[in-house]
Design a protein around this ligand. Structure first.
Ligand code: GLA
Length: 383
């Protein structure tokens, strides 16, 4: 048992006085490109990363869920039957929501003790929520002998987030936390849920995937994410298409008057971003990682100017990384704070980190955290 696995198992024993029945884990993610496209039936290209939420779990038969986190207070003790939309407060809504969603899928959760230990920083845009949901979903499904495939587990993890936590997120984060594969990015069509594991041979290309965490936390439960989603639905209705996935740039620009501002810009972001994902997948299939830079730059500019979900910190991080020699950089995840990613030549990781730190200091921002991450496997059992 590795150090972190033993630690969460030990924490479980301390709190419950017994051994866990197992330890499960699910990763956070970065999104290489395809931002704010997943709730428009569009394309995304995320990668699971080597930052995990681990869950030590033990069965109960009394219908109670007892939940502890080594990172977040307070613990929770609730009846599975009490869980539902709007009925659980705080971090416990994520794991409890998963138990509820399993119940809706026909797996009656008989109760469980769960101890959670994560190293996906919360609020940094790296999907600590999806990692927690997916680790819990695999743990509870295994404990109850439920043979659900990974897309099904991802769908019910998302349902927990949408309905019990109350964040209207798309399905990207849960899909990649379930289906990620080491050394690969996951090309996902969020309409058909078709996936393709696309090799991401960073080492062969002498590149590192670097996370620039602005430490300016974001909170998706705030209204801005839901506002963007509503704007996209309104734009699709104006254009007479089922989702913005179905619109062309010509259609969007031709309807400028009807879409108005910011409707036109919101729709233009989604349509151009979908095209950038397809172009990025082509480059990766050809092994041309070096040529991703312009697509990352265009994605960031579109998120900043048309979609308006970047922040001064994210813009500063992206500019500084590119100025220090990154092949490309862009904000990742929902935005409004959180993290950017950069593709950095191996020898330049230090200089990029320094340049970003200097730019933050000069701008009077809190110090950023710059770390390389590795594309990793999706949810799995550790012990
Ligand atoms: C969050 C959501 C995802 C996706 C991204 C933006 O991470 O959970 O579903 O919408 O924002 O691309």
């Amino acid at each position: 048992m590795s150090g972190r696995t033993a630690r969460v198992a030990g924490a479980f024993r301390e709190r419950t006085g017994r051994d866990p029945d197992g330890v499960w884990a699910a990763p956070g993610r970065v999104n290489l490109i395809g931002e704010h496209t997943d709730y428009n039936d569009g394309f995304v290209l995320p990668a699971a990363i080597d930052r995990l939420v681990r869950v030590a779990a033990g069965r109960r038969r009394d219908g109670r869920l007892r939940l502890w986190s080594l990172q977040t207070e307070p613990p929770a003790d609730l009846a599975v039957a009490e869980v539902g939309p709007g009925r659980v407060e705080g971090w416990a809504a994520y794991p409890a929501g998963v138990a509820w969603a399993l119940g809706r899928a026909g797996v009656e959760v008989a109760g469980a003790d769960l101890v959670v230990d994560g190293d996906v920083p919360a609020g940094s845009g790296l999907s600590s929520s999806a990692a927690l949901e997916c680790a819990t979903a695999t743990a509870l499904a295994d404990l109850h002998g439920a043979e659900l495939d990974r897309p099904t587990l991802a769908a019910l993890a998302r349902r927990a987030e949408n309905e019990v936590v109350g964040v209207p997120s798309g399905v990207m984060d849960q899909m990649v936390s379930m289906l990620g594969r080491a050394g690969h990015a996951l090309f996902l069509d969020t309409r058909s849920l078709e996936t393709e594991q696309v090799p991401l041979p960073l080492e062969e290309a002498s590149l590192r995937l670097v996370v620039l965490d602005t430490r300016a936390g974001h909170r998706l439960v705030d209204g801005a994410y839901a506002d963007r989603r509503a704007a996209c639905e309104a734009a699709a209705a104006t254009l007479g298409v089922p989702a913005l996935r179905d619109a062309t740039l010509e259609q969007v620009e031709g309807a400028a008057g009807a879409l108005g501002d910011p409707g036109l810009r919101r729709a233009r972001h989604v349509v151009t971003e979908n095209a950038r994902v397809l172009a990025a997948v082509e480059l990766l299939r050809a092994g041309d990682l070096d040529r991703l830079g312009p697509l990352l730059a265009a994605s960031h500019a579109s998120l900043r100017d048309d979609y308006e979900v970047s922040s001064d910190e994210l813009d500063t991080a992206v500019e500084a990384a590119v100025a220090a020699g990154a092949v490309g950089a862009r904000m990742t995840g929902a935005g409004f704070g959180g993290s950017a990613i950069a593709l950095v030549p191996t020898g330049l990781v230090g200089p990029v980190a320094d340049r970003v730190a200097d730019a933050f200091a000069a701008a009077g921002f809190a110090a950023p955290e710059v770390t390389a991450v590795i594309p990793a496997d999706g949810a799995h059992r550790l012990a």
